[in-house]
Design a binder for this molecule. Structure first.
Ligand SMILES: [Zn+2]
Ligand SMILES: [Zn+2]
Length: 223
């Protein structure tokens, strides 16, 4: 289904420098086929591992501008959160009430977070066993956006902020699914084999899987 260009939001008409949205596209990504093809390229035993994929649309966040260095809230607003929006400096939070702690903010406005990044998590155990196959011992969850902002990709990505193995090139939305899948599966291997839980190691594994999948002409995507 085609999505019409989104209008400006926030304090409409009050300021030409205010937040605005770029065009958002819905994605025809066949997530399951991409995941299945990438799993075929994993070099270790996946017995007892379940993969749970959730898709989601545009996420709403709340924004206020704030310059005060003594403000207790994190100054986390920049263009990497809301593609094309002039949002910094200030705070972006999922819950509006979190912004009430701000000591110097302007009016609080809603924004749509349009950045396309897949998120994932690896579980050493089974957090919700009823919905998983019998015999599951490890779980990987993937959250895959169904939208991408105009002009976001290709882009370089680092999965974690603090410790990183450096940027990885994400050319297509599906590349990020494979990158995050490889990262989280490496955590499963760390759990199972008693290895240290290393983010850099996981990031390198995600990149390795992605680049091998790209070299193999992205099986599952067009086949
Ligand atoms: Zn503040
Ligand atoms: Zn990780």
């Amino acid at each position: 289904m085609a999505r019409a260009p989104r209008p400006s939001i926030g304090s409409a008409g009050r300021s030409s420098a205010g937040p605005h949205l770029s065009v958002v596209h819905t994605l025809p990504v066949d997530v399951d086929r991409v995941v299945e093809a990438a799993l075929d390229m994993i070099p270790f035993d996946l017995t007892g591992v379940a993969i749970n994929v959730k898709r989601h649309g545009v996420k709403r966040v709340w924004f206020t501008q704030c310059w005060r260095p003594d403000c207790p809230l994190r100054h986390n607003a920049d263009e990497s959160y809301v593609e094309g929006a002039a949002v910094g400096p200030g705070h972006l939070y999922r819950r509006k009430r979190d912004l009430e702690l701000c000591r110097g903010g302007s009016r609080i406005v809603p924004l749509d977070r349009t950045r396309y990044w897949v998120s994932g998590r690896a579980y050493d155990g089974v957090p919700f066993p009823k919905s998983l196959p019998v015999g599951t011992r490890y779980l990987v969850t993937l959250k895959v956006p169904q939208v991408v902002a105009e002009g976001q990709l290709p882009a370089e990505r680092t999965y974690h902020r603090a410790k990183t193995a450096g940027p990885t090139i994400i050319a297509l939305p599906e590349d990020d699914i494979v990158f995050v899948l490889g990262h989280e599966l490496r955590h499963i291997q760390q759990f199972r084999d008693g290895l240290p839980r290393s983010e850099v190691d996981a990031e390198l594994a995600g990149r390795d899987l992605l680049y091998r999948w790209v070299d193999a002409e992205r099986p599952g995507l067009w086949t």
